[in-house]
Design a protein around this ligand. Structure first.
Ligand SMILES: *Cc1c(COP(=O)(O)O)cnc(C)c1O
Length: 394
């Protein structure tokens, strides 16, 4: 059976050219970039070239890029770094109710340590109202963190408008751009951000490497303490092969972005139109147009996500219920609840995220089997409900 992978928001396969670019840095050029002799200096040169490529993808300067172990670390670093560097100025952080767990959990951690965190609501499309950000600002606010695009529903936020508000009030502004960098144009000046998180494995780079963009002049407490790497902000011997791979992935993304946005937008809209035409009781989650080119998220009344996913997998189709979810009785997604869905609707969501390997033919194949899979899941969901009711009453 051929496999159709439609979970590119969870992770992407490493591009073959990226793998090729990385290989010499495991073996021939294995030196520690901090050493002065040739082995080290060749590795240093490769790290700095990769830094240039990542910087250029988001219109930053290379000194403004700090490599991290991924998107999660970049989010933690941004938020804790600002919090601990600005404790004397204030203790209030503004973020949203639809952030990735890497941001939400860091907020909760800081709440236990004397910080106050406002989690702003969103509208039914998942959009944060910039005026709500403005109203939430107090004289204690030290940081605003709003994601660029949501990983579950694909909604793209009005980051540049929020950036203007942050700048007017002199408040540091962070965005988690893990779902956008390499996928749609990202320009740190246009967005008006001071901090921006990136993860390589979401853009066909290797796992375990990412970056935090830190605009010149932004004060952050160092995140990992030790040696002098990464301008003393993030100690530890550089992961040269991964950094080189990240740079290569950034370079390829820049070359292919325009065409890929067009291609994926077409496939996305074909998928959505096809689904809405074939399946009743189906609603699209997220914004109809302010949306990532590769994201489709729908809820199907009275069909449980896990059952649909199991039936899809039996057909060789790999999708998701939203964020990476594995437990047998999953909590409904905090993102879908924030959009105003009932827990039932949130438990009946399906997310398909397209990518480089997605063809028109694969979309057609999925559209062909989906109505049957949904029907089957509805029947099974009803049976399960009945069973649950019976075991409750006896
Ligand atoms: C995947 C993801 C992260 C985490 O990145 P990792 O590199 O996997 O740690 C953070 N934020 C968003 C929006 C993501 O989609």
């Amino acid at each position: 059976m051929n496999r159709i992978y439609l979970d590119y928001a969870a992770t992407t396969p490493t591009h073959p050219e990226v793998v090729q670019a990385m290989l010499p840095y495991f073996t021939d050029v294995f030196g520690n970039p901090s050493t002065p002799y040739a082995y080290g200096q060749e590795a240093r040169k490769a790290v700095e070239e990769a830094r240039n490529k990542v910087a250029s993808l988001i219109n930053a300067q290379s000194e403004e890029i700090v490599f991290t172990s991924g998107g999660t670390e970049a989010d933690n670093f941004a938020i804790e770094g600002v919090a601990y560097a600005n404790e004397n100025a204030g203790n209030h952080i503004i973020t949203t109710s639809i952030e990735h767990h890497a941001v939400i959990e860091t907020g909760k951690f800081l709440e236990k340590r004397g910080f106050t965190v406002t989690y702003l609501p969103v509208d039914k499309y998942g959009l944060v109202n910039p005026q709500d950000v403005k109203k939430a600002i107090t004289d204690k606010t030290i940081l605003i963190s709003v994601m660029h695009a949501n990983n579950e529903v694909g909604t793209i936020e009005s980051i540049s408008e929020i950036g203007k508000i942050a700048k007017e009030r002199g408040i540091i502004f962070h965005t988690d751009a893990v779902q956008t960098v390499g996928h749609i144009p990202v320009d740190v000046d246009e967005l008006g951000v001071d901090l921006l998180s990136i993860s390589a494995h979401k853009l066909y780079g290797p796992k375990g490497i990412g970056a935090l963009y830190i605009k010149k002049g932004t004060r952050l407490a160092p995140f990992i303490h030790g040696g002098q790497q990464e301008r003393r902000q993030r100690a530890g011997t550089e992961n040269t092969p991964a950094i080189v791979g990240f740079g290569k992935a950034a370079e390829i993304a820049a070359e292919e972005m325009t065409d890929e946005v067009k291609r994926l937008t077409f496939l996305r809209d074909k998928f959505i139109t096809g689904l809405l035409g074939q399946v009743d009781d189906l609603q699209l989650n997220g914004h109809p147009t302010k949306r990532l080119p590769n994201n489709i998220n729908v809820s199907i009344d009275s069909a449980k996500s896990e059952l649909m996913l199991l039936n899809l997998e039996a057909e060789g189709i790999y999708a998701s219920a939203g964020s990476a979810c594995s437990s047998s009785n999953p909590e409904p997604s905090h993102v879908l609840l924030a959009l105003g869905l009932s827990p039932e609707q949130a438990r009946s969501a399906l997310r398909f995220t397209l990518g480089r390997g997605t063809t028109e033919n694969s979309i057609e194949q999925v559209l062909e089997v989906l109505p049957h899979i949904i029907d089957k899941a509805m029947v099974m969901s009803e049976l399960l409900e009945g069973l649950a009711r019976r075991s409750r009453c006896c």
